[in-house]
Design a protein around this ligand. Structure first.
Ligand SMILES: Cc1cc2nc3c(=O)[nH]c(=O)nc-3n(C[C@H](O)[C@H](O)[C@H](O)COP(=O)(O)OP(=O)(O)OC[C@H]3O[C@@H](n4cnc5c(N)ncnc54)[C@H](O)[C@@H]3O)c2cc1C
Length: 456
């Protein structure tokens, strides 16, 4: 039996975060960590960047060792969706996370179940149609987490308006399965008087808009719904200290409870690693793998004061192809997003990202005093992307399920989207258990009650 135990040392992390090519010395790196409000304790910056574990009195009684069919590491949308799929197939599992459920990328998305209107431009039609199909499934299984919206895409001139009408016409045709669509939401050409009533249209470059359908959601709540809909033994705030293997298979993970230091073990017949943007880092720390499976790109959202008179979400095409959203929701105005290639799962927001966003808002909707609006929340999420060629904007958002080359019982979930996570995990669960499960499309999600999920 071999044991693998590994953590990046502080020095190693500084080396990886601050490559020599960036021209930053180690001393500068430490200063930069100070500026970022992160500790540079010798143990490891990656650890110190993780949100604090809750106090020890919150710890439920947990057995010292567990034996399950499937061990899942990572309780984001993918790990949690897989836990539900396994329950639907009567297969036991443990769901392990170093932080809280849904505490990673799955709480910092744009929070849309969508086909991806920008794929009309990039030509990723297959992914778009899959997303549109899945959007309808979400409304069926989790209507309490879905809110249909008529998004307005404004145009600068009649020709652009015509191309939007054609593209959006196709998008809404392929996405015509819209259960529970509220009839008062109108699609297609937006009447001029309605457009001109919206304060975002004043003094700006746009002269009209075409409305298309998409669905707002609440991402972290959906992840919690999945956990509530599963029978997983939940080990949140547990850090993997080491692995044991036998005959080319991963066997047991040794875990340390970050709240009180207790050691526990989980043994499983099959393992799935779904760590979003932290995958490469963990595979390096645990198994000394140096290969980079992912490219990482950050995107930010600002949650600003609501702007009176703005009712419908706007989606604006920017010259480099990324869509700029201004979405009135939850009593605020959510604006985003951006794209910047980064090299770690935890990165602070860069001033350039804020500036890019404000610049886009001011160019597209100059009559709103964007910089004077109170910022209620700033969010940065890191997209885990597949592919090595070109800029991250051009990389596909399609997910890959990798069979690990060394451990035949280990699968990695790489890339992906919130919207397609259920479908992907249905596929993975079918492959792992040899049991297709049509109920995955129809079984309603249990609504999470807002309480910290309990150990089962
Ligand atoms: C800015 C932005 C906007 C987006 N907008 C949308 C959108 O509108 N619609 C859409 O469909 N998709 C969207 N996406 C994509 C989507 O959010 C992500 O693809 C998805 O949330 C990834 O989920 P995941 O489960 O793979 O990863 P995560 O949610 O990151 O989950 C990984 C989990 O692993 C845990 N973890 C990490 N390291 C360890 C470790 N060593 N040990 C144990 N646990 C660990 C983390 O705590 C985390 O909980 C967006 C992404 C971004 C960044």
């Amino acid at each position: 039996m071999n044991e693998y135990v590994g953590f990046a040392s502080g020095k190693e992390v500084i080396r990886r975060y601050f490559q020599p090519s960036s021209g930053k010395s180690r001393e500068n790196a430490v200063l930069e960590l100070d500026r970022m409000g992160m500790e540079h304790h010798p143990c490891c910056m990656t650890n110190s960047a993780w949100p604090e574990a809750p106090p020890t009195q919150a710890i439920p009684a947990v057995p010292a060792s567990l034996q399950v069919e499937v061990g899942i590491v990572g309780a984001g949308i993918h790990g949690a969706a897989l836990a539900r799929e396994l329950k639907l197939r009567n297969v036991s599992c443990a769901l392990i996370d170093k932080g809280a459920v849904g505490g990673g990328t799955s709480q910092w998305s744009t929070k849309l179940f969508h086909g991806g209107i920008r794929y009309l431009v990039t030509g990723d039609i297959k992914q778009m149609r899959e997303g549109l199909q899945e959007r309808a499934t979400w409304v069926r299984i989790a209507p309490h987490r879905c809110q249909w919206e008529a998004f307005w895409m404004p145009h600068e001139n009649a020709f652009e308006g015509f191309t939007h009408r054609v593209g959006i016409g196709l998008y809404d045709f392929w996405g015509s399965d819209r259960p529970l669509w509220p009839p008062e939401l109108k699609l297609g050409g937006v009447p001029r008087r309605l457009f001109e009533r919206d304060p975002r249209s004043k003094n700006g470059p746009f002269h009209g808009a075409v409305a298309y359908a998409d669905c707002l959601t609440w991402d972290r709540e959906v992840v919690n719904d999945f956990v509530a809909s599963s029978d997983a033994t939940l080990l949140d705030f547990h850090e993997v200290e080491g692995w044991s293997e036998q005959a080319g298979k991963l066997e047991t993970a040794t875990l340390r409870d970050r709240r009180d230091g207790t050691l526990r073990t989980v043994s499983a017949r099959l393992w799935v690693i779904a760590l979003g943007p932290w995958t490469d880092e963990a595979m390096h720390n645990w198994f000394k793998e140096d290969s980079h499976r992912l490219r990482l790109s950050s995107g930010i959202h600002l949650w600003l004061d609501a702007v009176p008179g703005c009712e419908r979400p706007w989606a604006m095409r920017r010259p480099k192809g990324r869509i700029l959203f201004a979405i009135p929701r939850d009593g605020l105005m959510q604006v985003g997003t951006t794209e910047r290639e980064v090299d770690a799962g935890w990165v602070p927001i860069a001033d350039s990202e804020r500036e890019e966003l404000y610049h886009g808002l001011e160019v597209c909707m100059p009559s709103i005093p964007w910089r004077q609006l109170k910022v209620h929340k700033e969010e940065l999420g890191v997209r885990p992307l597949m592919g090595h060629q070109g800029t991250t904007t051009r990389l596909s958002r399609e997910a890959v399920l990798e069979v690990h080359p060394r451990y035949s019982n280990l699968r990695l979930v790489l890339g992906g989207k919130l919207t397609t996570a259920r479908h992907l995990m249905d596929k993975l669960a079918t492959e792992l258990t040899n049991a297709p499960c049509p109920a995955s499309f129809t079984a309603p999600l249990t609504k999470w009650d807002g309480q910290t999920p309990r150990m089962r």
